[in-house]
Design a protein around this ligand. Structure first.
Ligand SMILES: *Cc1c(COP(=O)(O)O)cnc(C)c1O
Length: 391
């Protein structure tokens, strides 16, 4: 017989999954009911409303796709794109690149506007790109998890809509960690994932479609290529008709429900302030030992800290030491950043002072063993100074 499941206790400080709150894990273990049970239907209704409040939207079509963040990406793209449609994707990291791939597979004519990794797009970058094309859709990643860059959305939105296009936003890492304003920023379609700042295990992808996006979907000449992700069919289940489409992942829905309830209990402003604060402490600590950020100053995400591996330090040895000796997981660099950056996540329930201080203490020790010069305790003192400043 194989052993029963007994995972090690970790502190998940990578690019996701993050540590789920104990209440979220408890919700996962609650009794399963049927996917048309009156209790479950009520949970769905309440969760949809909590998601609207989190996305800051009145969009009726706000619900959760069965699947991870990438399923949310695929769902928004395949529903909005018909073969031959022009799509413009902003690419400054891995996830913009993934959107290009998904859009091409859906038959779109994809063009890109590119920025170096770690930088963000300005409204002018987009204006230039839109001068020479007339896309149906412009897609952009708000929190680029591969680089730690925080893309402002609001000023892009006006440019996209002036050009008559729809705006699609990837908020997988953004949602629950920084303000996301779907209605105020006139976002037409948006998706997220449960395992980043929502503090839930991976498995669902919250999405929201504006009335304008739904009009486009309802006016399609061709069927959506994906049966599973067809939003008009999903609308019959998540809407008032409750028509069976596929069996909803009941217990994952409980988990997401509890995760979003926790965020509203804390309050959105307090939740975002907590993410910002722990980031400030981590950043102060890292700079005290000479570690710098990979993303452009002024556009660094609070929940995903991509930092440069110091010269002469063995990237894999430090990550291995963190995991095996201290139980801390951080992320390696992806793509162009492979071997060059560490990605330190402070997402959702992981974003706590204790985690920041423990991580800095462990990192200092591992760097000292690799003869990286820094005065012992310097990073911890700097982080504590940030925490002490508000007492
Ligand atoms: C994690 C992530 C995704 C993909 O989500 P999965 O849950 O891994 O499928 C997409 N976009 C961004 C910005 C992400 O951080």
């Amino acid at each position: 017989m194989p052993n029963p499941i007994a995972p090690p206790t970790r502190i998940l400080m990578g690019p996701g999954p993050s540590d789920p709150h104990p209440r979220v894990l408890a919700a996962l273990g609650a009794p399963t009911v049927g996917h048309l049970d009156p209790y479950y239907l009520q949970v769905m209704d309440e969760m949809q409303q909590m998601l609207r409040d989190l996305f800051r939207t009145k969009n009726q079509m706000t619900f959760a796709i069965s699947g991870t963040g990438s399923a949310g990406m695929e769902a928004t793209l395949v529903n909005l794109i018909e073969p031959g449609d022009e799509v413009l994707v902003c690419v400054n990291g891995v996830f913009g690149g993934r959107m290009v791939d998904v859009a091409q597979r859906a038959g779109a004519q994809v063009s890109t506007v590119d920025r170096p990794w770690g930088e963000v797009f300005t409204a002018d970058d987009l204006r230039d790109a839109l001068a020479s094309s007339k896309p149906k859709l412009v897609a952009v990643v708000m929190a680029e998890t591969s680089t730690g860059a925080w893309q402002p959305i609001e000023e892009m939105s006006a440019v996209v809509h002036e050009a008559g296009a729809l705006l699609l936003v990837d908020a997988v890492t953004a949602l629950g960690g920084v303000p996301v304003e779907v209605d105020a920023w006139q976002i037409d379609a948006i998706y997220s994932g449960t395992q980043k700042c929502l503090g839930c295990p991976p498995g669902l992808a919250p999405v929201s479609f504006s009335p304008r996006a739904m009009e486009v979907i309802q006016g399609r000449k061709t069927k959506v290529q994906s049966w599973y992700l067809d939003v008009t069919m999903l609308a019959n289940y998540w809407g008032s008709d409750r028509v069976y489409h596929h069996t909803a992942p009941i217990n994952m829905t409980y988990a997401l429900y509890e995760a979003v309830r926790l965020i509203h209990e804390e309050g959105l402003a307090a939740c975002f302030a907590r993410h910002q604060h722990n980031h400030a402490a981590l950043k102060a600590g890292l700079s005290a030992i000479g570690i710098t950020f990979a993303a452009q100053e002024g556009h660094q995400l609070p929940m995903l800290n991509a930092v440069r591996v110091p010269a002469g330090v063995d990237d894999a040895a430090v990550r291995g030491g963190l995991l095996n000796r201290f139980g801390i997981e951080i992320g390696a660099g992806l793509g162009a950043f492979k071997g060059k950056v560490w990605r330190i996540g402070l997402m959702g329930h992981t974003s706590r002072a204790g985690n920041v201080l423990l991580f800095l203490a462990a990192l200092e020790q591992l760097l000292a063993e690799q003869s990286h010069e820094c005065s012992p305790g310097a990073s911890i003192a700097a982080a504590n100074a940030v925490y002490a400043a508000d007492n």
